[in-house]
Design a protein around this ligand. Sequence first.
Ligand code: UGA
Length: 438
Amino acid sequence: MKIVMIGAGYVGLVSGVCFSDFGHHVICVEKDQTKLVKLRAGEVPIFEPGLDVLLKRNINEGRLEFSDDLATSIVDADAVFIAVGTPARRGDGFADLTYVYETAKELGEKLTNDTVIITKSTVPVGTNREIKRIITACNPKAAFEIVSNPEFLREGSAIEDFMRPDRVIVGVGSAEAESVMRNIYRPLNIRETPIMVTDLETAETIKYAANAFLAMKITFINEIADLCEKTGGDVQQVAKGIGLDTRIGGKFLHAGPGYGGSCFPKDTLALVQTGQRYGAPQRIIETVVAVNDARKSAMTGKILAACGGSVKGKRIAVLGVTFKPNTDDMRDAPSLVIIPELIAAGASITACDPEGGDEARKLLDGVDWVDDAYSAADGADALVIITEWNAFRGLDLARIRQLLTTSVFIDLRNIYPPEEVSAAGLTLTNVGKGTIES
Ligand code: UGA
């Protein structure tokens, strides 16, 4: 099949590369010339494990191309995916659909043959019908079908998620479009991946409901963590204890500094806006957004308390600044709140991150960047783990203790067993573990 992917951002690039690996002929259309030059040379402009290998292989085998010319690319395409960005609109949090609608207009102007137009970008309910209206208004004779095919890729494990998804959601309006979609995803039949076919609005809603539910799960366990800290109890064991109930499930129950990234913060806000707009307020998610926002600053408070109430004149070593490991993405990372608050409270910061440093330098002023955890700890008054990169999971704690001027060790991701930390002479502050004096 011939597939065109409009937008070679995170979702578009991963999807385009994976579709070419399925054996389809894929053209990714990208307007950003710098990105285009890199991609044509087989270079991946983002950090995503495994993507570089697939990209090079499929370019070399002639199944993957990059272009900035939409009109030529879409000639004879069986399927055209829209995967342009939908950032949160400044001010009101509603998804900004400018790029999606511009793309729809361009498609309307340039479409010459019968095709299926599929939205992969995360778009609020009703957007696909609007895309259809825009294309038809531009080109009343255009022969096309609209499909909503949201993606559920996690940054850092996107290739695995694409190749082995739990399900594929396809919102369609016709049997022909459904058949094209089934052909595109045919390689997944071998794994018996469920392909769930719905109407457009249901598919659009599934995407937001899935992200909002996961954000809610994280926020729920974060509040239970707060409770454990006051009452005694261990949030990790509570999570395990409830997660063993298959109705609840154990995933996305790791307490930490709050969710971040390019999806949960944006999509929860957009769902809240949609609920308000249609008179069906999403009160649980409104609370999730507020609790998660407050959580980041609460982590600063935790660090201050661990440092004896003040960080004035102290040097804090920060390990990990990206919103999660295995990505260079800094969008809505908790570190973007915690580090400036520590600096405002008088601390100086020495930080390191395996991949996020370049991006973080642009976003965080006044931070000294070093290459590894030990250089960060050297001479620091306290050490804080904000992001649980593998590189920080097996630290030589005795060495860390020697390098620090005090014993303050703050693990905001609960990656270290308390016994190990205290055996190294460090004083641990973690998340959701209360101790009651007997
Ligand atoms: C998320 C969803 O997991 C994907 O299914 C979805 O496709 C994607 O958004 C999207 O809409 O495009 P992603 O943002 O890459 O993926 O990251 P997650 O792995 O979901 O993590 C999000 C945040 O939650 C991170 O800050 C992470 O540290 C935090 N988190 C996650 C926790 O604090 N605790 C957990 O138990 C899990």
